[in-house]
Design a binder for this molecule. Structure first.
Ligand code: PLP
Length: 426
C-alpha cells in the first residue's frame, strides 16, 4: 500500500454513509481459488477465471470480444462509481469533497505503480484521445520541425498532429504500415531510416488498433532517444493488457484509457510524462483543482472531476494486479491463439493480423471471404457475439479482441459463426 493513504484509510474514506458497505474492492477476495484469506495479495493458485467472469454483469450467453474498443466493467467498478456519486449527491459536504479530491493522489500512485513510473509523472485525464491531444498541443514545434507518425495510429494521434502542423507550420511524415507485421527488426529498421535530422517527435502505437501489430516499443523509444527525438507511445491497446514497464521502455509520453483493457470506468484516462520532458511540455487546460505532486500540479487543474470514476480506476488496477498482470496477458494471448488458429482454418479468411505470437497480442483483424463487414457485424450481434468492424478499403473486415473474461466457448462460437456466414452467405 502507499505511503500517503493505506488500504484501511481508503476503505474508511469510501464507507457509504457510515454503513457497513465498505467499497474496498470485494473483487480482491476469492479471485484465486486457494488463496488464503489472510494474505489476499499472495497468489498460490491460477486465477479462477469463471469466478472472475461472474463479476461482470454481461450475460453469459453474450460473447464480448471487443476489448480493443470498450471493455465491460466488473460489478465492483460500477458499484464504486454509483455509490461515490450517490454519496456526493446525498451530502456534498466539504469534508467528503476534500476526501474524494485527495483520493485522486491515491489513484495516481496506483497508476504509477501499475506502469512502473512515479506519481510525479502521471496525469489523470479523461481518455487516450485527450492524452494524445494534450501531447500534440503541449509541445512547441514550428517550421523546420518534423513529426514522424505511424500511419496506423489512431486519429486522436495522427489527425491531431496534422491539424497542429497546419496551424503551427511544422511537417508531419507518415511511416506506412507493413501488413503482415514484418517482425520487430524490420519495423525498427523502417523507422530508423525514416528519421531525419529535422525529426523532433516519433509517435507510434504500442499495439495497433487496426490489425493488432505489437510494435517494438522499447527499441523504438531507445532509437528515438539515440537520435534526440521525443517518443510518444499510444498505449490504448496495451494498458491493462500487457505488463507495461515504462521504467524499461522509457518513452517520453505514454497514453491510455481505463475503459479498454483495464475494464475500468468510462471517461478516465492516463498520461505519463517523463520527467525529462516536463519542462518542455505546456498544459492544455488551465483551471482550478490541480493535482498535488509533480506534473499534476501544473497540468491537471481541470475543474470539477468525476472523482468516483477516478477512484474506481485505482481500485480496478489493484484488482488486475491481484489477478496477475502476467496471467491476464497470458490468458488473452492463449484465447487469441485459439481464435486466430480457428479463423485461419476457415476457407476464404484473409487474416490481417500476424499469426506469430511475438508480433501480436489480442487484437485480430480479418476479412471473412467476400462478406460485407457491416452485415457480418450485424449477424454476429444477432448471434450474441460482440465484435468491431473495419469499413473502407484498407484491410477491411471484422476485428475480434478477446480478454481475460472470455473463454474457449466464446472463441469457438465466434469462429463457428464466421464459418457459417462464409459457407451460406449473409
Ligand atoms: C490506439 C488507440 N488510440 C486512441 C484511442 C482513443 O481511445 P479513447 O476513445 O479512449 O479516447 C483508441 C480507441 O480505440 C485506440 O485504439
Amino acid at each position: 500500500m502507499t505511503a500517503s493513504l493505506n488500504r484501511r484509510e481508503f476503505a474508511r474514506l469510501f464507507a457509504v454513509g457510515g454503513s457497513a458497505a465498505l467499497l474496498v474492492h470485494p473483487a480482491l477476495r476469492s479471485l484465486h481459488a486457494a488463496t488464503p484469506a489472510a494474505s489476499p495479495l499472495r497468489r498460490l493458485s491460477a486465477p479462477d477465471w469463471e469466478a472472475i467472469r461472474a463479476r461482470f454483469i454481461m450475460p453469459r450467453e453474450l460473447s464480448v470480444l471487443n476489448a480493443a474498443n470498450l471493455c465491460p466493467s466488473p460489478r465492483h467498478v460500477l458499484d464504486t462509481v454509483q455509490s461515490g456519486t450517490e454519496r456526493l449527491d446525498r451530502a456534498p459536504v466539504p469534508s467528503f469533497r476534500d476526501e474524494s479530491f485527495g483520493a485522486k493522489e491515491w489513484v495516481r500512485e496506483r497508476v504509477a505503480a501499475y506502469l512502473r513510473a512515479t506519481p510525479e509523472e502521471i496525469l489523470i485525464t479523461r481518455n487516450t484521445s485527450e492524452s494524445n491531444n494534450w501531447i500534440s498541443a503541449g509541445l512547441t514545434l514550428g517550421p523546420g520541425d518534423e513529426v514522424l507518425i505511424h500511419a496506423d495510429n489512431h486519429p486522436s494521434n495522427n489527425a491531431a498532429w496534422k491539424s497542429r502542423a497546419t496551424r503551427y507550420g511544422f511537417t508531419v511524415r507518415e511511416v506506412a504500415p507493413i501488413t503482415p507485421h514484418p517482425g520487430a527488426d524490420a519495423l525498427l529498421e523502417t523507422f530508423r531510416r525514416a528519421i531525419t535530422p529535422a525529426t523532433r517527435v516519433l509517435a507510434f502505437t504500442h499495439v495497433t488498433s487496426t490489425v493488432g501489430d505489437l510494435m517494438p516499443a522499447d527499441a523504438l523509444c531507445a532509437l528515438a532517444r539515440e537520435r534526440g527525438v521525443l517518443s510518444v507511445v499510444d498505449g490504448a491497446q496495451s494498458f491493462g493488457l500487457l505488463d507495461v514497464d515504462l521504467g524499461t521502455m522509457r518513452p517520453d509520453f505514454y497514453s491510455g484509457s481505463a475503459h479498454k483493457w483495464v475494464c475500468g470506468p468510462k471517461e478516465v484516462g492516463v498520461l505519463y510524462v517523463n520527467r525529462a520532458v516536463q519542462e518542455r511540455f505546456w498544459p492544455s487546460v488551465i483551471s482550478a483543482y490541480p493535482g498535488r505532486v509533480g506534473i499534476s500540479r501544473t497540468h491537471e487543474s481541470m475543474g470539477q472531476r468525476d472523482e468516483a470514476a477516478i477512484r474506481a480506476l485505482g481500485e480496478q488496477l489493484d484488482v488486475l494486479s491481484e489477478i496477475g498482470r502476467g496471467e491476464i496477458e497470458a490468458r488473452s494471448r492463449a484465447l487469441t491463439t485459439e481464435l486466430i488458429d480457428g479463423l485461419a482454418s476457415l476457407r476464404d479468411v484473409q487474416l490481417w493480423t500476424s499469426r506469430d505470437a511475438s508480433r501480436r497480442v489480442a487484437v485480430v483483424s480479418f476479412q471473412p471471404g467476400t462478406l460485407d463487414p457491416r452485415k457480418t457485424l450485424a449477424a454476429l450481434e444477432a448471434d450474441g457475439i460482440v465484435a468491431a468492424m473495419r469499413g473502407g478499403t484498407d484491410r477491411p473486415g471484422i476485428r475480434f479482441s478477446p480478454h481475460f473474461y472470455n473463454n474457449s466457448a466464446d472463441v469457438q462460437r465466434s469462429v463457428a459463426a464466421i464459418g457459417r456466414y462464409i459457407g451460406s452467405g449473409l
